[in-house]
Write a protein that binds this ligand. Structure first.
Ligand code: UD1
Ligand code: MG
Length: 455
């Protein structure tokens, strides 16, 4: 029997108090809905449909590449009404799995269990026991069998004490779901079409409803406000770090690291506190990331050390590089192996070949630096003439003295030496010494000005 997945993502998310639609709020650097879509795709359904509405086009536009069916719920009249919008194009012969766009930590493993445990003509709801069930729909059982779900607003004091809640995930035979939804009413305190009313209808029709319990509440946590969003962030971070530790990655403190994207690590990687990884980051074997680093969309080679307080984005390194402390690698920084980038150095769109060093207080932009080059403290590639960017090329084994300005476009030949304090505007030949500065003037017996008395 085929499987259709419907993800409900049209709600406004009033409790977020935000202009951004709820399902676009970020969790570990990705919209809530992205997490649910990832889970849905792992289940290999015939058809994945997202019901969107509030913030409509923004939600749709945030996922331009995804091969899902988008269905507009123009007016948000409740979760039951949302599913109704998706039903016309959902094959009645399929089983229908309904997920909520605001339950992002659900795993494909739990969903697979639910699918396997539910016979094709029966129904399941995912539930969990929690200490504080406030706000969730309560699972009402009789003789241990699920009878219905009562929403918070409708629940009696006795029902509000029930700690087993509806996680917002439901699995139904498609044909039956269609017929139940066609007679769903909105006679409740919210005037909404509650999807959860379908459960009592199933029971009335003699369809068995399984309450499948999730192993942890974290997995089924619904995100309705910023506090829950922050809690889910911590929970997801703990999960991501756990997986990495199982793969052998060392953390000084698993609670003080943030992964907002995908972090791939080789063997014997060590990550100190307050490291933030964004986008796609790869760390080679033996890499060390010291404290307080932001690393985004970068790939660092084996045994590279990033000292404290660096900002690294769109960069790649070979093996055995040393970066920082206090260095900034900007997009297009390409370091070969054994390259050293020291403190207060900024590298943008430049390649630096093996064994070269840029150790202190330097800006390198739009440059190609050969092997074994030493760039002295305070050197600047003057790459911008106010309108256009120009290239600096430095040959192998060149030595650039301290406080040198290289006015691009410029080529410094192989093995060339440039004296400290020079402003270089013409190409420098191989193996030469170039010094460009005023001759030193000495005035003997100089008397410094003396401060005058003011009356
Ligand atoms: C819902 C369930 C509740 C469950 C909880 C779990 C109902 C009536 N209640 O409550 O039993 O415990 O989730 O987190 O289903 N949505 C639409 N269109 C709408 C309304 C909502 O697409 O008209 C979407 C929302 O974007 C959201 C999901 O459905 O992704 C759930 O809606 P929400 O308003 O958060 O329902 P809860 O009050 O959390
Ligand atoms: Mg919710």
């Amino acid at each position: 029997m085929g499987l259709s997945i419907i993800i409900l993502a049209a709600g406004q998310g009033t409790r977020m108090r935000s202009d951004l639609p709820k399902v676009l709020q970020l969790l570990a650097g990705k919209p809530l809905l992205a997490h649910v879509l990832t889970c849905a795709k792992e289940l290999a359904a015939d058809d994945v449909c997202v019901v969107y509405g509030h913030g409509g086009e923004a939600v749709h536009a945030a996922f331009p590449e995804s091969d899902v069916r988008w269905v507009l719920q123009a007016e948000q009249l409740g979760t039951g009404h949302a599913v109704q919008q998706a039903m016309p194009d959902t094959p009645a012969r399929n089983r229908v799995l309904i997920l909520a766009g605001d339950v992002p930590l659900l795993t494909a493993a739990t969903m697979t269990c639910l699918l396997e445990q539910t016979p094709a003509d029966e129904m399941s709801v995912l539930t969990v026991d929690i200490d504080d069930p406030t706000g969730y729909g309560r699972i009402v059982r009789e003789n241990n069998r699920v009878k219905r779900v009562v929403e918070q607003q409708e629940a009696s004091a006795e029902q509000r004490a029930i700690r087993e809640i509806n996680a917002g995930v439901m699995l139904c035979p498609g044909d039956k779901l269609k017929s139940w939804l066609s007679v769903l009413g909105n006679d409740n305190s919210q005037g909404e079409y509650y999807l959860t009313d379908v459960i009592a209808m199933a029971v009335a029709d003699g369809v068995k409803v399984h309450g499948v319990k999730a192993s942890t509440w974290v997995e089924v946590m619904g995100i309705n406000d910023k506090k829950q969003l922050a809690e889910a962030e911590r929970a997801l971070q703990a999960r991501l770090v756990d997986e990495l530790m199982q793969d052998g990655v060392g953390f000084a403190d698993p609670a003080r690291v943030d992964i907002r994207g995908t972090l791939k690590c080789g063997k014997d990687v060590f990550i100190d506190v307050n490291a933030v990884f964004e986008g796609d980051v790869e760390l080679g074997d033996g890499t060390t990331i010291e404290s307080n680093n932001l690393i985004r969309d970068s790939k660092l080679g084996m045994n590279t050390v990033v000292h404290s307080n660096c900002h690294i984005e769109g960069a790649t390194t070979g093996s055995d590089c040393e970066i920082g402390p206090f260095a900034r690698l900007r997009p297009g920084a390409e370091l070969a192996s054994n390259v050293k980038i020291g403190n207060f150095v900024e590298i943008k769109k430049s390649s630096i070949a093996e064994g070269s060093k840029v150790n202190h207080l330097t800006y390198i932009g739009d440059a190609e630096i050969g092997t074994g080059v030493n760039v002295g403290a305070g050197t600047i590639t003057c790459n911008y003439d106010g309108a256009n960017k120009h290239k600096t090329t430095i040959g192998n084994d060149a030595s650039i003295g301290s406080n040198v300005n290289l006015v691009a476009p410029i080529v410094v030949g192989k093995g060339a030496t440039i004296g400290a304090g020079s402003t270089i505007t013409r190409n420098v030949p191989d193996d030469s010494l170039t010094i460009e500065r005023a001759k030193q003037k000495i005035v003997e017996g100089w008397t410094r000005p003396v401060k005058k008395e003011t009356k």
